[in-house]
Design a protein around this ligand. Structure first.
Ligand code: CMP
Length: 143
């Protein structure tokens, strides 16, 4: 079964949207394997967003992600990267469809509520960056 990394960003944590977002994932039948409310330091944020290092918004992105706690998750399910990208919606909340997390709650490109891995390779990298193997839970989901 595939796994992905999802991170509810500081804007959504501060707006009390953790429950709403997790509820959408659960309703879709996805399995929460790990979750933690976590204050990322600059080193972790820079590593996480390393592919954007040359982008003009990189420094802003790193300072935003470290501005408050994030809710980091590992989620499991069939085709989970694709499924969660559909639930999350387009990066820009202005363009994200209603019914998607970003379409319903996102404000702008920075405050877009949630990050989700964009491929199985990114998922593996991001999961190992944010979680220790011992934090990943193995249990049966009855749905
Ligand atoms: P995320 O899925 O976390 O991956 C990279 C993030 O960069 C993206 O969501 C946006 O929040 C952010 N981003 C992308 N483009 C811009 C931009 N032009 N200005 C500010 N932030 C951006």
């Amino acid at each position: 079964m595939e796994r992905t990394f999802l991170m509810i960003k500081p804007d959504a944590v501060q707006r009390n949207l953790i429950g709403e977002v997790v509820s959408r994932l659960e309703r879709k039948g996805l399995k929460l394997v790990a979750a933690k409310l976590f204050q990322a330091n600059e080193e972790l944020a820079k590593e996480h967003y390393a592919e954007h290092v040359e982008k003009p918004f990189y420094n802003k992105l790193v300072s935003f992600i470290t501005s408050g706690p994030v809710f980091a998750m590992v989620v499991e399910g069939k085709n989970v990267v694709e499924v969660t990208r559909t639930i999350v919606g387009e990066t820009n909340p202005t363009k994200a469809a209603p019914g998607t997390i970003r379409g319903d709650y996102g404000i702008d490109l920075g405050r877009n509520i949630i990050h989700g891995s964009d491929s199985n390779e990114s998922a593996a990298r991001e999961i190992s960056l944010w979680f220790d193997e011992s934090e990943l839970n193995d249990y049966i989901l009855n749905d």
